[in-house]
Design a binder for this molecule. Structure first.
Ligand code: SAH
Length: 402
């Protein structure tokens, strides 16, 4: 097996079980190692540290499969990792939660670059690293076995691949999407989440089709929504809007730049039996429409801001901050006295502290007083490995305004 030797003193984070080896920490790779191949990681002094997947194209040259010298990187490892990941979910989520959730969350489940989500009787997976790509067939096997033992009552109909995320480019991998096993999913897969039902476009939707990470926060919106006029900005397929109606909201205005997403949101409304009068679609750019709503004299009792990732890298945080500040400022201006703001950032590079400061600055500029009633985060099917703080990316604040 090829050996990846670290530069002196660059093993510290690995000894604390952080799974990434950055290119700058690598002294040399001996032997012919191809992308995705397993390499032995050693300190400059020659001490064994880990076995990792080699990715020469990426800034993250290695992603660790195991920190145990006695553990081989073979199909058995993938079976064990997938099995353990699957078993964590039902106990965390409870059967009443529904049938759509993340089953494998990459580094946080000891499987760097592997994502697998359940949508009803289908699995949708993504391979996002050279190492994950290398073990594709093994992983498919492991996923099927994991499903059979975790959900013995629900037959798996098919596995669909969505390895078409942009991050694959950084690993030197071409995009791939399509049926990987079994039946092809229908154009829209219907899933249950608590009392709600959603249609999910697993083929063309964002990520693997749905924002599973917001499940608990949809519940929080439902609990707070009774009798309120709701603005759901960055609505996608209406997740928060449906939850608000389920919780007794008076009316929901959905702001979203994608007309396809808005059309699916409206189908989700109908699927859940809510009247069209309780639903308004506002297609367009949030930065513009949030201002237009003010000019129209509109106001709301509950505003949700769930924008896309504004910062993709550390260098983008400053520009992203201006974007977050602006939409939060406009939201505060649209809130009635006693209103609630549910505001989110899914940029991992934006710290919770900075996000809170931006929201505070926005309230100040809008001349509003407020307080944080709750802090929100990604659900328990998106766990964070203790040694991998990068696993936490979603943060939200529920702000009550005077
Ligand atoms: N809240 C959603 C997920 C939102 S993802 C849910 O829980 O399901 C962010 C959404 O914002 C995407 O649907 C994207 O199409 C939309 N979007 C991106 N930029 C936008 C903009 N400038 N104005 C309005 N919508 C935008």
């Amino acid at each position: 097996m090829a050996i990846l030797t670290l530069k002196p003193r660059r093993e510290r984070s690995l000894l604390r079980h952080h799974p990434w080896i950055f290119s700058g920490a690598v002294a040399e790779v001996s032997g012919p190692a191809t992308p995705g191949e397993t390499v032995e990681v050693r300190t400059a002094e020659g001490r064994w540290v880990a076995r990792a997947a080699f990715s020469p194209a990426s800034q993250i040259t290695g992603r660790v499969w195991t920190f145990l010298e006695s553990e081989a990187v073979d199909p058995g490892l993938f079976d064990r990792r997938v099995q353990a990941a699957f078993l964590r979910r039902p106990s965390l989520l409870g059967a009443r939660e529904g049938n759509a959730f993340r089953l494998v969350y990459s580094e946080n489940d000891g499987l760097p670059g592997v994502v697998a989500d359940r949508y009803g009787s289908f699995l949708v997976f993504q391979l996002l690293s050279a190492g994950a790509e290398r073990w594709r067939e093994t992983l498919l096997d492991a996923l099927r076995k994991g499903w059979a033992s975790t959900f013995p009552e629900d037959a798996l109909e098919g596995i669909w691949e969505r390895s078409d995320a942009e991050v694959r480019q950084k690993e030197g991998l071409a995009p791939r999407a399509g049926a990987a096993w079994g039946a092809e999913p229908p154009a829209l897969v219907e899933v249950r989440e608590g009392e709600s039902r959603f249609l999910v476009d697993v083929r063309g939707g964002h990520k693997t089709g749905f924002y599973l990470d917001q499940r608990e926060n949809r519940r929080a919106v439902a609990r707070a929504a009774r009798g309120r006029d709701v603005l759901n900005a960055f609505a996608y397929t209406g997740g928060f809007g449906i939850s608000a109606l389920q919780g007794g909201a008076r009316r929901v205005t959905n702001l979203e730049s994608s007309v396809e997403a808005l059309a699916l949101a409206d189908r989700n409304r109908a699927l859940n039996g809510h009247p069209a009068e309780a639903w308004e679609a506002r297609p367009g750019d949030a930065f513009r429409v949030l201002r237009a709503l003010q000019e129209e004299g509109r106001s709301f009792d509950l505003v949700i801001l769930d924008p896309p990732k504004f910062a993709d890298s550390r260098g983008q945080v400053e520009g992203a901050s201006r974007g977050y500040k602006d939409i939060n400022l406009q939201a505060f201006r649209l809130l009635r006295p006693g209103g609630l703001l549910f505001t989110f950032s899914c940029s991992g590079h934006m710290s919770p502290e900075l996000f809170q400061k931006i929201v505070a600055d926005a309230a100040l500029d809008a001349g509003r007083e407020g307080r944080i009633l709750r802090r929100l985060e990604q659900g328990p099917d998106h766990p964070t490995a203790l040694a991998f703080p990068e696993g936490s990316y979603l943060k939200g604040l529920v702000v009550g305004v005077e």
